[in-house]
Design a protein around this ligand. Structure first.
Ligand code: ADP
Length: 401
């Protein structure tokens, strides 16, 4: 009996052992599988986190607005590329406070206000220095998932260009009103004098009427130039680009202005090489040449010469046209301003000659819209030369575009 029982017990023990080992192995496998899964998950989470981080950086760095992220202690955690550019930062400012990094009290005060109020929107700040900058700052406290404040985000827009445009527009309107009012009040004054009795003196009446006509003409030129500028700036009309023979075009302008030149006993010389051609809008370039040659006649020396030349200065694929006179020239301090609207070196002389102060800004506009450059060179007493460039047209005739 006992041996049988002992054998049974042994067999039970062996079976239990194998069952236990089997279970242990299964548990071991299960444990390993779960560990592998956990590791895979952790790896995937890490990749996802890295991806999210790099996406976040890409978003921040593609923003045109400057961005600063502050932690709860007011230390900078992150700035984007636009902000680095805006402030010309060359060093790492992470870990510093706004005051330490920018040494700019108004920005520090804004951060403190945002901390107290939760949000400050559309706050405008002016940044001094060599170049004045206008910034608009939005500061917002941001919370964690439980709603506790964890930091402040500052978004900074650079309004400098917008402000400049606004100022240019206001100045333009003021200038236009002034320029329109001057000839109008002259016309009104002469008409009133005529009505008050001057009309009875035939000679005086004739002189006054001629003056009235001159001022009416000025008003007309001014309105035409204003319309041209508005038209050019609207960008509504496309350039009609064609092959333009420069010698022919200059010849036509010289012919149109011959009478004006001979009034001042001046000579116009078309020295453009035969066969030189630009790819341009003929009508617009004619206007450019007309304005430049007309100016050379107006401001040049009586009995002087106006010479128009053209050539290909290098192999950049551009032609350069030059209009040169031998008049008194342009003072160096005025050279960089003469392309501005309504800028004249001698206001009285320009008005006397029927000038509107818009001719050169029209020239600049047209040349830039062709992708060319225009500049003025002058040494007082030695005349002025205006040069502009245009794309050269290939030598052979090409079909019209
Ligand atoms: P305006 O209608 O007064 O001629 P522009 O824009 O054509 O206006 O020219 C601006 C100013 O540039 C002129 O008032 C004049 O003082 C100066 N200027 C232009 N061309 C010449 C030139 N060839 N020689 C001297 N001064 C010039």
């Amino acid at each position: 009996m006992w041996p049988a029982l002992a054998i049974l017990a042994l067999a039970g023990a062996v079976a239990l052992h194998f069952w236990w080992r089997g279970r242990h192995r299964r548990l071991e496998h299960e444990f390993e599988r779960r560990q592998r899964e956990a590791e895979d998950r952790a790896e995937r989470d890490e990749v996802a986190l890295a991806e999210a981080r790099s996406q976040q950086h890409a978003v921040f760095n593609s923003m045109v607005e400057g961005l600063i992220l502050l932690d709860q202690a007011g230390r900078i955690r992150l700035v984007n590329l636009a902000l680095e550019k805006l402030f010309g930062l060359t060093r790492d400012i992470r870990g510093q406070t706004v005051l330490e990094a920018f040494r700019w009290q108004p920005l520090h005060e804004l951060v403190e206000r945002a901390r107290a109020e939760g949000q400050v929107l559309n706050h405008e700040l002016e940044l001094g220095g060599s170049e004045r900058r206008f910034l608009q700052v939005n500061a917002t406290v941001f919370p964690d998932q439980q709603g506790r404040p964890v930091g402040i985000i500052l978004v900074i827009h650079d309004l400098t260009r917008l402000k400049q445009l606004e100022r240019t527009r206001t100045e333009f309107v003021a200038n236009v009103s002034h320029e329109l009012r001057t000839p109008l009040s002259m016309i009104k004054g002469y008409v009133e004098t005529l009505l008050d009795g001057a009309k009875d003196d035939e000679q005086v009446a004739h002189r006054f009427l001629q003056t009235i006509r001159k001022h009416a003409d000025r008003l007309n030129y001014l309105i035409e130039d204003l319309l041209t500028i508005a038209h050019l700036e609207s960008g509504q009309t496309a350039l009609n680009l064609k092959r333009v023979d420069l010698r022919e075009l200059v010849g036509g302008v010289c012919e149109d202005l011959e009478a004006r030149a001979s009034e001042r006993a001046m000579t116009l010389e078309n020295d453009v090489t035969d066969g030189l051609a630009a790819r341009a809008d003929a009508e617009r370039i004619q206007q450019v040449l007309f304005n430049l040659v007309d100016n050379a006649i107006k401001y040049g020396r009586p009995q002087g010469h106006v010479r128009i030349t053209a050539g290909r200065p290098d192999d950049s694929g551009m032609v350069e046209v030059a209009v040169a006179d031998d008049g008194p020239g342009i003072p160096p301090e005025a050279l960089h301003r003469i392309f501005e609207r309504f800028y004249r070196v001698d206001r009285g002389r320009s008005r006397e000659q029927g000038g509107t102060g818009l001719g050169l800004s029209i020239v600049k506009h047209i040349i830039h819209s062709h992708g060319g450059e225009v500049r003025a060179e002058s040494r007082p007493g030695e005349g002025a030369t205006f040069r502009f460039t245009l794309s050269a047209a290939p030598p052979d005739r090409e079909p019209e575009s």
